[in-house]
Design a protein around this ligand. Structure first.
Ligand SMILES: Cc1cc2nc3c(=O)[nH]c(=O)nc-3n(C[C@H](O)[C@H](O)[C@H](O)COP(=O)(O)OP(=O)(O)OC[C@H]3O[C@@H](n4cnc5c(N)ncnc54)[C@H](O)[C@@H]3O)c2cc1C
Length: 408
């Protein structure tokens, strides 16, 4: 930090989006600060070896090839790859209410893998390890409690009374972004009246490095394959089970045996018996999109700008696309001698990201609606559509490429 606590760019929130962005900006030569409410010691603690379902972090991300590219360019992917992660080769999606089934396969699509499942804490830890060797000033264990405008930028007040100034403030403070509210940027939001139940299970049969997803009228269920660290043990999966709120509440109150039975039935015993289940947690599902991502000396990235239904596991990937584009625009600004907060630079970032994010959000909404309905024509459309798509080479490849973020 400089004497006055002044930065070119202050990033608030060191989740997987903010920490990656801060690292990339410092590499470009900007004077960067990162404020994160969590404690550094907890963020950088080594992940425990897994001996049971309770040793995994319940929140994981399906990292696409495009996001991997962003992390690779930051020099962080090799550290992630040394830790626990699962490159998945297949993805099977089916309609629990019919006969539609579609399978994506890495070999068929001529790619080494469809994506990588990583626990969020492993990803964030790798980013903070890289930050420790970078010129970024990391202020951890402290919350930003207020933001004010100044003629040259923004002032942030921290919970411990310190105040910092910057030409540009980046809000990467997650779905309930307080900075977005303080900046007065409104959102469009809708509640799905659904909750995602998240937990880890051990299954009798191997997950075959495949992501399994079953759609039903009350919501989608995903089994995401996890690595155990022990060679050949491919029986752990992370579960994201989105259900209407009432049903989710009922499932959460079941004891382990009854919950396991319900889960086995819901996935149609695709991986055999469920031998162990971890503690369960639940997240309410809201889709939320900021009408504008930028303001005076201010910009939103990641979940602060958009939250999306987890049915396609794209939340983190949209955040990394924001990071890639904002880094690109700010690198150009720096080459051209412009300030980080230059209004045209920020407007270009917004233009390049908003359309993409909206398209993905609309697709998720359409998907959800299609499977939430029970009318016969829609069921017919789902079944024949999925079967047809499964055989339609080029279109299937195009959809897979979109999902992997390879269309850029
Ligand atoms: C159930 C569920 C399953 C999901 N599954 C997937 C998946 O499979 N694949 C995928 O890509 N995405 C998935 N997502 C979405 C993904 O988790 C998010 O998109 C991602 O975590 C967003 O990252 P972020 O860095 O923008 O925000 P966050 O991860 O929310 O990070 C925000 C950070 O800001 C800090 N912070 C907040 N306020 C302040 C403050 N005032 N001062 C200082 N620090 C502050 C917080 O401590 C936190 O570290 C899932 C989400 C849910 C709910």
């Amino acid at each position: 930090m400089t004497e006055s606590g002044h930065f070119d760019i202050l990033v608030v929130g060191g989740g997987m989006t903010g920490s990656a962005l801060a690292l990339g900006l410092a590499r470009q030569g900007w004077l960067v600060g990162l404020v994160e409410a969590g404690q550094l010691a907890a963020i950088t603690a080594a992940p425990e070896a897994v001996t049971s379902v309770d040793d995994y972090e319940p929140r994981v991300s399906a990292i696409s090839a495009a996001s991997k590219g962003v992390l690779d360019a930051l020099g962080v992917w090799s550290s992630v790859a040394r830790e626990r992660h699962c490159n998945y080769q297949g993805m099977t999606v089916w309609d629990g209410d019919g006969t539609g089934r579609i399978h994506f396969d890495a070999h068929e699509l001529h790619v080494p893998e469809l994506g990588t499942i990583v626990e969020n804490r492993i990803l964030v830890r790798a980013l903070f390890q890289a930050l420790a060797d970078s010129p970024v000033t990391v202020l951890d264990g402290v919350q930003v409690t207020a933001m004010a405008a100044t003629p040259q930028g923004r002032t942030l007040t921290l919970a411990d009374g310190r105040s910092l100034t910057a030409s540009l403030v980046v809000a990467a403070d997650g779905a309930n972004s307080r900075l977005r509210q303080w900046a007065g940027l409104p959102t469009r939001e809708w509640d799905y009246d659904q909750q995602a139940i998240v937990c880890t299970v051990r299954t009798a049969q191997s997950h075959q490095r495949t992501a399994w997803q079953r759609f039903s009228p009350t919501g989608p269920l995903a089994f995401l394959p996890l690595a155990s660290g022990e060679a050949g043990d491919d029986h752990f999966c992370s579960i994201v089970w989105s259900q209407d709120t009432l049903e989710a509440k009922r499932l959460l109150t079941l004891n382990d045996a009854d919950f396991t039975q319900a889960l086995e039935a819901a996935i149609e015993r695709q991986l055999g018996a469920i031998e162990a289940v971890s503690r369960r947690s639940a997240f309410p599902l809201r889709q939320r999109h900021a009408k504008d991502y930028v303001g005076d000396h201010f910009v939103l990235v990641g979940d602060a700008a958009h939250t999306i239904h987890p049915l396609a596991g794209q939340g983190a990937n949209l955040g990394y696309s924001d990071v890639r584009v904002l880094l690109d625009e700010l690198a150009q600004a720096r080459r051209n001698g412009l300030a980080a907060s230059d209004a045209l630079v920020l407007a270009r970032y917004q233009r390049r990201r908003k359309g993409d994010n909206l398209t993905m959000m609309a697709a998720m909404e359409g998907f959800k609606q299609l499977f939430a309905r029970d009318e016969l024509p829609l069921r017919w459309l789902r079944n024949t559509g999925m079967r047809w798509l499964d055989r339609a080479g080029p279109l299937k490849q195009r959809i897979a490429a979109e999902a992997m973020g390879l269309h850029h």
